[in-house]
Design a binder for this molecule. Structure first.
Ligand SMILES: O=C[C@H](O)COP(=O)(O)O
Length: 249
Protein backbone atom coordinates (compact mmCIF):
# COMPACT_ATOMS: atom_id res chain seq x y z
CA UNK A 1 0.00 0.00 0.00
CA UNK A 2 1.42 3.37 -0.96
CA UNK A 3 2.12 6.08 1.53
CA UNK A 4 0.24 9.34 1.54
CA UNK A 5 3.27 11.55 1.42
CA UNK A 6 3.53 12.05 -2.31
CA UNK A 7 0.62 14.02 -3.74
CA UNK A 8 -1.73 12.26 -1.35
CA UNK A 9 -3.03 9.30 -3.29
CA UNK A 10 -6.72 8.78 -2.77
CA UNK A 11 -7.68 6.03 -0.31
CA UNK A 12 -11.07 4.33 -0.36
CA UNK A 13 -11.43 2.11 2.71
CA UNK A 14 -14.36 -0.13 3.51
CA UNK A 15 -15.42 -0.69 7.12
CA UNK A 16 -17.58 -3.78 7.29
CA UNK A 17 -18.35 -3.15 10.97
CA UNK A 18 -20.00 -6.24 12.56
CA UNK A 19 -21.05 -7.66 9.21
CA UNK A 20 -19.73 -10.42 7.03
CA UNK A 21 -18.90 -14.10 7.14
CA UNK A 22 -16.66 -16.42 5.15
CA UNK A 23 -19.10 -16.36 2.26
CA UNK A 24 -18.91 -12.57 2.16
CA UNK A 25 -15.21 -12.76 1.33
CA UNK A 26 -16.21 -13.53 -2.24
CA UNK A 27 -16.97 -9.80 -2.53
CA UNK A 28 -13.24 -9.18 -2.14
CA UNK A 29 -12.51 -10.76 -5.50
CA UNK A 30 -14.65 -8.27 -7.40
CA UNK A 31 -13.35 -5.38 -5.29
CA UNK A 32 -9.75 -6.43 -5.98
CA UNK A 33 -10.45 -6.69 -9.69
CA UNK A 34 -11.90 -3.17 -9.71
CA UNK A 35 -9.02 -1.83 -7.66
CA UNK A 36 -6.58 -3.20 -10.25
CA UNK A 37 -8.33 -1.08 -12.88
CA UNK A 38 -7.74 2.04 -10.80
CA UNK A 39 -4.09 1.85 -9.77
CA UNK A 40 -4.00 5.52 -8.78
CA UNK A 41 -6.41 4.75 -5.90
CA UNK A 42 -5.52 2.84 -2.73
CA UNK A 43 -8.29 0.46 -1.69
CA UNK A 44 -8.57 -1.33 1.65
CA UNK A 45 -11.16 -3.41 3.47
CA UNK A 46 -11.56 -3.65 7.23
CA UNK A 47 -13.63 -6.75 8.04
CA UNK A 48 -14.42 -8.08 11.52
CA UNK A 49 -11.45 -9.52 13.44
CA UNK A 50 -12.48 -13.08 12.58
CA UNK A 51 -12.16 -12.43 8.85
CA UNK A 52 -8.81 -10.63 8.81
CA UNK A 53 -6.63 -13.71 8.36
CA UNK A 54 -8.78 -15.42 5.72
CA UNK A 55 -9.26 -12.12 3.90
CA UNK A 56 -5.53 -11.39 3.88
CA UNK A 57 -4.86 -14.92 2.62
CA UNK A 58 -7.40 -14.52 -0.15
CA UNK A 59 -6.52 -11.15 -1.64
CA UNK A 60 -3.67 -8.73 -2.22
CA UNK A 61 -5.95 -5.88 -1.15
CA UNK A 62 -4.73 -4.27 2.07
CA UNK A 63 -6.81 -5.69 4.91
CA UNK A 64 -7.34 -3.75 8.11
CA UNK A 65 -8.87 -4.04 11.56
CA UNK A 66 -11.63 -1.93 13.06
CA UNK A 67 -9.95 -1.51 16.43
CA UNK A 68 -6.80 -2.44 18.31
CA UNK A 69 -5.87 -2.56 21.99
CA UNK A 70 -3.20 -0.09 23.06
CA UNK A 71 -1.21 -2.64 25.02
CA UNK A 72 0.94 -5.41 23.61
CA UNK A 73 -0.43 -8.23 25.78
CA UNK A 74 -1.97 -9.00 29.14
CA UNK A 75 -5.24 -9.50 30.97
CA UNK A 76 -7.56 -7.73 28.53
CA UNK A 77 -10.31 -10.23 27.83
CA UNK A 78 -11.78 -9.94 24.38
CA UNK A 79 -9.14 -7.55 23.07
CA UNK A 80 -6.61 -7.89 20.27
CA UNK A 81 -3.16 -6.29 20.12
CA UNK A 82 -1.51 -4.56 17.18
CA UNK A 83 1.09 -7.32 16.85
CA UNK A 84 -1.70 -9.91 16.72
CA UNK A 85 -3.36 -7.95 13.92
CA UNK A 86 -0.11 -7.81 11.97
CA UNK A 87 0.37 -11.54 12.41
CA UNK A 88 -3.15 -12.09 11.08
CA UNK A 89 -2.29 -10.05 8.00
CA UNK A 90 -3.63 -6.58 8.82
CA UNK A 91 -1.84 -3.59 7.35
CA UNK A 92 -3.98 -0.86 8.82
CA UNK A 93 -6.41 -0.35 11.68
CA UNK A 94 -9.26 2.03 12.35
CA UNK A 95 -9.09 3.70 15.76
CA UNK A 96 -11.52 6.04 17.47
CA UNK A 97 -14.56 5.24 15.35
CA UNK A 98 -17.54 7.12 16.75
CA UNK A 99 -19.35 3.84 17.39
CA UNK A 100 -16.52 2.82 19.72
CA UNK A 101 -16.23 6.29 21.23
CA UNK A 102 -19.96 6.01 22.06
CA UNK A 103 -20.45 2.30 22.79
CA UNK A 104 -17.13 1.62 24.53
CA UNK A 105 -16.71 5.15 25.92
CA UNK A 106 -13.29 5.52 24.35
CA UNK A 107 -11.57 8.77 25.27
CA UNK A 108 -9.24 10.81 23.09
CA UNK A 109 -6.33 9.62 25.23
CA UNK A 110 -7.27 5.97 24.63
CA UNK A 111 -7.63 6.61 20.91
CA UNK A 112 -4.20 8.21 20.86
CA UNK A 113 -2.67 5.23 22.68
CA UNK A 114 -4.30 2.89 20.19
CA UNK A 115 -3.03 4.92 17.25
CA UNK A 116 0.46 4.82 18.72
CA UNK A 117 0.25 1.03 19.08
CA UNK A 118 -0.93 0.67 15.49
CA UNK A 119 1.92 2.81 14.19
CA UNK A 120 4.52 1.11 16.37
CA UNK A 121 3.46 -2.20 14.85
CA UNK A 122 4.11 -0.85 11.37
CA UNK A 123 0.48 -0.40 10.37
CA UNK A 124 -1.42 2.64 9.18
CA UNK A 125 -3.87 4.13 11.69
CA UNK A 126 -7.15 5.49 10.34
CA UNK A 127 -8.09 7.83 13.16
CA UNK A 128 -11.75 8.89 13.20
CA UNK A 129 -13.13 12.22 14.37
CA UNK A 130 -16.52 13.84 13.98
CA UNK A 131 -19.23 15.80 15.72
CA UNK A 132 -22.73 14.79 16.80
CA UNK A 133 -25.77 16.48 15.35
CA UNK A 134 -26.34 18.42 18.57
CA UNK A 135 -22.77 19.69 18.46
CA UNK A 136 -23.18 20.82 14.86
CA UNK A 137 -26.51 22.47 15.60
CA UNK A 138 -24.83 24.32 18.45
CA UNK A 139 -22.17 25.64 16.08
CA UNK A 140 -19.47 23.60 17.82
CA UNK A 141 -18.55 21.14 15.07
CA UNK A 142 -15.12 22.58 14.29
CA UNK A 143 -14.22 23.00 17.97
CA UNK A 144 -15.25 19.43 18.76
CA UNK A 145 -13.18 18.01 15.93
CA UNK A 146 -10.23 20.23 16.83
CA UNK A 147 -10.33 18.94 20.40
CA UNK A 148 -10.51 15.33 19.20
CA UNK A 149 -7.49 15.90 16.97
CA UNK A 150 -5.52 17.61 19.73
CA UNK A 151 -6.28 14.76 22.12
CA UNK A 152 -5.89 11.78 19.86
CA UNK A 153 -3.31 12.48 17.14
CA UNK A 154 0.02 11.08 18.32
CA UNK A 155 2.73 13.74 18.45
CA UNK A 156 5.35 13.10 15.82
CA UNK A 157 3.04 10.95 13.70
CA UNK A 158 4.30 10.43 10.18
CA UNK A 159 2.14 10.99 7.14
CA UNK A 160 2.70 7.49 5.83
CA UNK A 161 1.31 5.98 9.04
CA UNK A 162 -1.64 8.26 9.77
CA UNK A 163 -4.95 8.82 8.01
CA UNK A 164 -7.69 11.00 9.47
CA UNK A 165 -11.32 10.10 8.78
CA UNK A 166 -13.82 12.90 9.30
CA UNK A 167 -17.13 11.22 10.03
CA UNK A 168 -19.98 13.39 11.27
CA UNK A 169 -21.83 11.06 13.65
CA UNK A 170 -25.21 12.15 12.32
CA UNK A 171 -24.26 11.18 8.77
CA UNK A 172 -23.25 7.59 9.58
CA UNK A 173 -25.74 5.09 8.25
CA UNK A 174 -28.44 7.72 7.91
CA UNK A 175 -28.35 8.57 4.22
CA UNK A 176 -27.66 12.18 5.19
CA UNK A 177 -24.46 14.04 4.39
CA UNK A 178 -23.16 17.53 5.14
CA UNK A 179 -23.27 20.03 2.32
CA UNK A 180 -20.21 20.00 0.06
CA UNK A 181 -19.32 23.37 1.50
CA UNK A 182 -19.45 22.06 5.05
CA UNK A 183 -17.30 19.03 4.16
CA UNK A 184 -14.72 21.22 2.41
CA UNK A 185 -14.64 23.67 5.30
CA UNK A 186 -14.18 20.91 7.87
CA UNK A 187 -11.42 19.21 5.88
CA UNK A 188 -9.61 22.53 5.47
CA UNK A 189 -9.95 23.09 9.19
CA UNK A 190 -8.59 19.63 9.94
CA UNK A 191 -5.60 20.28 7.67
CA UNK A 192 -4.91 23.53 9.54
CA UNK A 193 -5.13 21.75 12.91
CA UNK A 194 -2.85 18.96 11.71
CA UNK A 195 -0.25 21.53 10.64
CA UNK A 196 -0.33 22.98 14.13
CA UNK A 197 0.11 19.50 15.61
CA UNK A 198 2.51 17.89 13.16
CA UNK A 199 4.15 20.70 11.22
CA UNK A 200 4.89 20.17 7.52
CA UNK A 201 4.25 16.44 7.89
CA UNK A 202 0.56 17.33 8.01
CA UNK A 203 0.50 18.07 4.30
CA UNK A 204 1.02 14.39 3.53
CA UNK A 205 -1.69 13.09 5.87
CA UNK A 206 -4.75 11.89 4.02
CA UNK A 207 -8.11 13.13 5.28
CA UNK A 208 -11.02 10.85 4.37
CA UNK A 209 -14.68 11.71 4.50
CA UNK A 210 -17.06 9.11 5.96
CA UNK A 211 -20.80 9.03 6.47
CA UNK A 212 -23.36 7.75 3.95
CA UNK A 213 -20.94 7.69 1.04
CA UNK A 214 -22.78 5.99 -1.82
CA UNK A 215 -22.22 5.55 -5.56
CA UNK A 216 -24.58 8.48 -6.17
CA UNK A 217 -22.68 11.03 -4.06
CA UNK A 218 -19.13 9.69 -4.20
CA UNK A 219 -17.90 11.76 -7.14
CA UNK A 220 -19.04 15.02 -5.60
CA UNK A 221 -17.65 14.25 -2.14
CA UNK A 222 -14.37 12.84 -3.42
CA UNK A 223 -13.88 15.80 -5.71
CA UNK A 224 -13.87 18.33 -2.88
CA UNK A 225 -10.64 20.08 -1.85
CA UNK A 226 -8.72 18.24 0.87
CA UNK A 227 -10.95 15.17 0.59
CA UNK A 228 -8.36 12.46 0.04
CA UNK A 229 -10.71 9.53 -0.04
CA UNK A 230 -13.56 7.92 1.82
CA UNK A 231 -14.24 5.60 4.74
CA UNK A 232 -17.29 3.66 3.62
CA UNK A 233 -19.56 1.57 5.82
CA UNK A 234 -22.74 0.09 4.39
CA UNK A 235 -21.80 0.63 0.77
CA UNK A 236 -18.57 -1.35 1.19
CA UNK A 237 -20.34 -4.63 1.91
CA UNK A 238 -21.23 -5.35 -1.70
CA UNK A 239 -18.84 -4.93 -4.60
CA UNK A 240 -21.72 -3.63 -6.70
CA UNK A 241 -21.93 -0.59 -4.41
CA UNK A 242 -18.26 -0.24 -3.49
CA UNK A 243 -16.74 -0.52 -6.95
CA UNK A 244 -18.45 2.65 -8.30
CA UNK A 245 -17.08 4.54 -5.29
CA UNK A 246 -13.57 3.34 -6.13
CA UNK A 247 -14.15 4.47 -9.72
CA UNK A 248 -15.35 7.87 -8.52
CA UNK A 249 -12.08 8.39 -6.68
O1 LIG B 1 -16.75 3.70 9.03
C1 LIG B 1 -17.65 4.01 8.26
C2 LIG B 1 -18.62 4.99 8.61
O2 LIG B 1 -19.10 4.84 9.90
C3 LIG B 1 -19.65 5.29 7.58
O3 LIG B 1 -20.69 4.35 7.58
P1 LIG B 1 -21.82 4.45 6.44
O4 LIG B 1 -21.09 4.56 5.13
O5 LIG B 1 -22.60 3.20 6.58
O6 LIG B 1 -22.60 5.69 6.73
Amino acid sequence: MSTGTQARRKLVAGNWKMNGDMAALAELDAIAAAAALHPHVDVAICPPFTLIAPAAARTALPIGAQDCHARASGAHTGCVSAAMLVEAGARLAIVGHSERRADQHESDAEVRAKAEAVMAAGMIAILCVGETEAERDAGRAEDVVAAQLAGSVPPGAKADALVIAYEPVWAIGTGRTPTPGDVAAMHAGIRTRLRALLGPEADGVRILYGGSVKPANAAELLGLPDVDGALVGGASLKAADFVPIIAAA
